[in-house]
Design a protein around this ligand. Structure first.
Ligand code: CMC
Length: 444
């Protein structure tokens, strides 16, 4: 039924108005209530945007009840198995998988754009030696518009594509530079002969006397594959907090570098991308399987702010398909690296007990993408404070895809929510000395 409507009745005035239901390709309909203030003189109240579609999008689809995630229609499981990360980035940005020539050209462009301006590199010298890599990432990405003035006309689609490729290309370089600064090692220049993931690992771990990936190109391909997989799984997730932030910033006409920096800032919090770092901190805090019941009890206690990090999701109410893939990869990577990680064993024990607990069952709380990703990053020797940076590298593909999609709209509206005002009603100004708490003022 194409013309379904939602009937809204104002019980105070008795007025009834019908609002059109918009139908997507899949998933729930959205009621178009834009005329509500005009028709009935009220707004909708939806803090946290639990019931709000903020835009139309063709990029990513999530079915939270059935644990389905599609990028441009393709199941995440298929992309994770067959693609390289840049192929998925191309898909997100352009809507179709690239053919061989398109992928080669795209990879070349991304590699060419990986280098950063020498003055930008010196930017890192200004950061304190123990700065968190996310603080450097957000600052340096925000400063990109100060270095790349050309192709910054956001009304020009060619300029927009250049900005998007620059961001995808430079993000690993800036991320690795943040890490190297934090451990006092010299910057490693990007190499165009390496794949996206290989190049990142080389920039992270090369010693000045020895390339991480040597002349014979040796690096365990399995570890590169694991990193590639994590990047694909984190590449996009429709209108999550950071992507919505990118869109909100973009809706004002801000430049794309500033928009992505805003997205990085939003990603940083432990309820979002910061959860992967928080999971490892939590596991270290729990310490041993014997302590799991105590921490589960803490997570269930409403008077205790503690939550099981890496558990729960706004949209997934059955399982997070990304977590399923990552959990399996954890086993494989640890077997491959011949590293037994007590934290992985602890994570498995925690998962098992939580999944059998009535509280977690009733509230449909399952491990999310961040619960196991840190175990793999750790096996790849990525330090814990870089975990959210890793998420940001991958999610840049999604952020730029959403920014491009929004900018292609003929007149994207500025994002400007309203509010339910609960502050004081109108009142008159009182001069100093006559305000609440003032005693008699003696001027003599
Ligand atoms: N541990 C214990 N209780 C939880 C948890 C948790 N991890 N997550 C939700 N709950 C409870 C919550 O207390 C609430 O209980 P009640 O209804 O009795 O008040 C109920 O479950 C619903 O929670 P909510 O906070 O209203 O749900 P939300 O959709 O607003 O929040 C979430 C989703 C991901 C922010 C939340 O589950 C959470 O804080 N999880 C831990 C942090 C985390 O792992 N974040 C990564 C999310 S996935 C990757 C990403 O987006 O970056």
């Amino acid at each position: 039924m194409a013309n379904d409507t939602l009937l809204v009745r104002h019980t105070g005035t008795g007025r009834e108005v019908e609002y059109p239901l918009l139908r997507g390709t899949m998933g729930a309909d959205s009621v178009d209530i834009r005329a509500l203030p005009r028709d009935l003189g009220c707004f909708t109240y939806d803090p946290g945007f639990i019931a709000t579609s903020s835009c139309k999008s063709k990029i990513t689809y999530i079915d939270g009840e059935n644990g389905i995630l599609l990028y441009r229609g393709y199941p995440i499981e298929q992309l994770a198995e067959h693609c390289e990360f840049t192929e998925v980035a191309y898909l997100l940005m352009n809507g179709e998988l690239p053919n061989q020539t398109e992928l080669r050209d795209f990879n070349e462009e991304i590699s060419d754009r990986a280098i950063i301006h020498e003055s930008l590199r010196k930017f890192f010298d200004g950061f304190h030696y123990d700065a968190h890599p996310m603080s450097m990432l957000v600052g340096v990405v925000g400063s990109l518009s100060a270095f790349y003035h050309s192709e910054l006309n956001i009304k020009d689609s060619t300029h927009r594509k250049v900005c998007a490729a620059r961001l995808i290309g430079k993000m690993p370089t800036i991320a690795a530079a943040s890490y190297r600064h934090s451990v006092g090692r010299p910057f490693v220049y990007p190499r165009i002969d390496l794949s996206y993931c290989e190049n990142f690992l080389n920039m992270m771990f090369s010693r000045s006397s020895q390339n991480y990936i040597d002349q014979d190109h040796y690096i365990d391909p399995y570890l590169v594959k694991a990193l590639n997989l994590l990047f694909i799984l984190h590449a996009d997730h429709e209108q999550n907090a950071s992507t919505s932030t990118v869109r909100l910033a973009g809706s004002t006409g801000a430049n794309p570098y500033a928009c992505i920096a805003a997205g990085i800032a939003a990603l940083w919090g432990p309820a979002h991308g910061g959860a992967n770092e928080a999971v490892l901190t939590m596991l270290a805090q729990i310490g041993s399987a014997d302590n799991v019941p105590k921490f589960i009890a803490k997570a269930k206690d409403h008077d205790d702010p503690f939550r099981l990090m890496g558990f729960g999701h706004r949209v997934y109410k059955n399982f997070d398909p990304r977590a399923t893939i990552i959990r399996k990869t954890c086993h494989d990577v640890l077997a491959r690296t011949q590293k037994s990680d007590p934290l992985f064993d602890l994570a498995l024990a925690l998962e098992e007990q939580a999944l059998n607990d009535d509280y977690f069952i009733e509230k449909k709380l399952y491990p999310n993408v961040d619960f196991y990703s840190g175990i793999i990053y750790k096996a790849l020797n990525i330090p814990v404070d870089m975990f959210t940076v890793m998420f940001a590298i991958a999610r840049t593909a999604g952020w730029v895809a959403h920014w491009l999609e929004m900018m292609e709209e003929p007149a994207p509206p500025i994002g400007r929510p309203r509010q339910l005002y609960i502050g004081p009603a109108r009142r008159d100004f009182l001069p100093k000395g006559q305000r609440s708490g003032d005693t008699h003022v003696c001027n003599g």
